[in-house]
Design a protein around this ligand. Structure first.
Ligand SMILES: Nc1ncnc2c1ncn2[C@@H]1O[C@H](COP(=O)(O)OP(=O)(O)OP(=O)(O)O)[C@@H](O)[C@H]1O
Ligand SMILES: O=C(O)C1=C[C@@H](O)[C@@H](O)[C@H](O)C1
Ligand SMILES: [Mg+2]
Length: 167
């Protein structure tokens, strides 16, 4: 069993929004590893970060991604930082992996000041977002088989682009 599509990208790229729509379009189920981590930990992501720390979150995330890749046959969205794990990047080989891209201005606009995203909760979300993008772009591109820049596309049009490019 293997997901039809694995969806990844930075916060605000639309992994959850587009992943859900893509699953609806295909008539398959949607799963988000962020939700699986919350269920496993029994608390919200922001609490895991503040109480247990980012490494504890990353360990739970790595496990949730491995389980999703093994058990889920619909659309699987990963957390924005899942690609930081080399083991996860290796596990993604052979899967259809969609990288949803978003530029800094649009990414910051979409994520706003939400405290649900602990890594963007600092004093300067713009520079934080840019640094995160710069560090992760090569990792997203290393594992992606399809890339769609979402800045100027409504979510349904992002789904169209993904399906167009998946042949
Ligand atoms: N293509 C798009 N055009 C405009 N707004 C969008 C688009 N995709 C997502 N959004 C909006 O941006 C916000 C973030 O989207 P979403 O939660 O799907 O991102 P995400 O990639 O799952 O982020 P996270 O990494 O935090 O889980 C939501 O308010 C959503 O409605
Ligand atoms: O970009 C990130 O590192 C994160 C993105 C979210 O999906 C969550 O997985 C968490 O807030 C961390
Ligand atoms: Mg999401």
């Amino acid at each position: 069993m293997s997901p039809r599509f694995v969806v990844l990208g930075p916060p605000g790229a639309g992994k959850t929004t587009v992943g859900r729509l893509l699953a609806e379009r295909l008539g398959v189920t949607f799963r988000d590893t962020d939700d699986d981590v919350v269920a496993a930990a029994g608390k919200p992501i922001s609490d895991i970060f503040t109480t247990d720390g980012e490494p504890a979150f990353r360990a739970l995330e790595e496990r949730a991604v491995a389980a999703g890749l093994a058990d889920h046959d619909g659309v699987l969205a990963l957390g924005g930082g899942a690609v930081l794990s080399a083991a996860t990047r290796e596990r993604l080989a052979g899967h259809t992996v969609v990288f949803l891209g978003v530029g800094t201005a649009e990414g910051v606009r979409r994520t706003g000041l939400s405290t649900a995203r602990p890594l963007l909760a600092g004093v300067n979300p713009r520079s934080t977002f840019k640094a995160l993008l710069d560090a992760r772009l090569p990792l997203y591109r290393e594992v992606a088989t399809i890339e769609v820049l979402t800045d100027d596309l409504a979510p349904e049009r992002v789904v169209d682009a993904v399906l167009d490019r998946s042949g």
